[in-house]
Write a protein that binds this ligand. Structure first.
Ligand code: RP5
Length: 165
């Protein structure tokens, strides 16, 4: 059983999406990671979303793809659960193509789209944790602890920078 599924359009997306897996693991979530493509394996995407994922207890989907990135939209077409889209680089258009094809969803079929590339992969995982935290107080506490540590790290850097100048 797992509460988060990470789908990516190709194994060439994996080096970037490993960052999302890492963040989720820091919060004690071992995601179901699959290579499924909206264009190359459309039937498998539908089968996974409607049959396999519900059996595994998935509550949030993260879908990452590059180029004409329709994976997140295709996932959103088949589920009532929240879908986070990660646009990836890799084409002549440096990810602008995937950003627009992921974010520009029609009304009624939202995809929560994060930044292009690795920063987006990490934020997709953080957002999934925040979504699950709505109904899981211990996960919400862990997220607040993470924010506190992040702030302390910045303050520490500020302090050491100040001493150098
Ligand atoms: C997309 O096309 C994938 O998500 C990937 O980012 C891109 C290129 O795929 P490969 O040709 O590397 O398999 O569907």
């Amino acid at each position: 059983m797992t509460r988060v599924a990470i789908l990516m359009g190709s194994d060439s997306d994996k080096p970037i999406m490993d960052a999302a897996v890492e963040v989720l693991k820091e919060f004690g979530i071992d995601p179901d990671v699959r290579i499924l493509s909206a264009h190359r394996t459309p039937d498998m995407v539908q089968k996974y979303i409607t049959q396999e994922a519900p059996q595994k207890g998935v509550r949030v989907f993260i879908a990452a793809a590059g180029m004409a990135a329709h994976l997140a939209g295709a996932v959103a077409a088949h589920t009532h659960l929240p879908v986070i889209g990660v646009p990836l680089e890799g084409s002549a258009l440096q990810g602008m193509d995937s950003l627009l094809s992921t974010v520009q969803m029609p009304p009624g079929v939202p995809v929560a789209t994060v930044a292009i590339g690795k920063a987006g992969a990490k934020n997709a995982a953080y957002l999934a944790v925040q979504i699950l935290g709505v109904a899981d107080a211990s996960l919400a506490d862990k997220f607040m602890e993470f924010k506190k540590t992040m702030a302390e790290t910045v303050l520490k850097k500020d302090k050491s920078y100040g001493q150098c100048h």
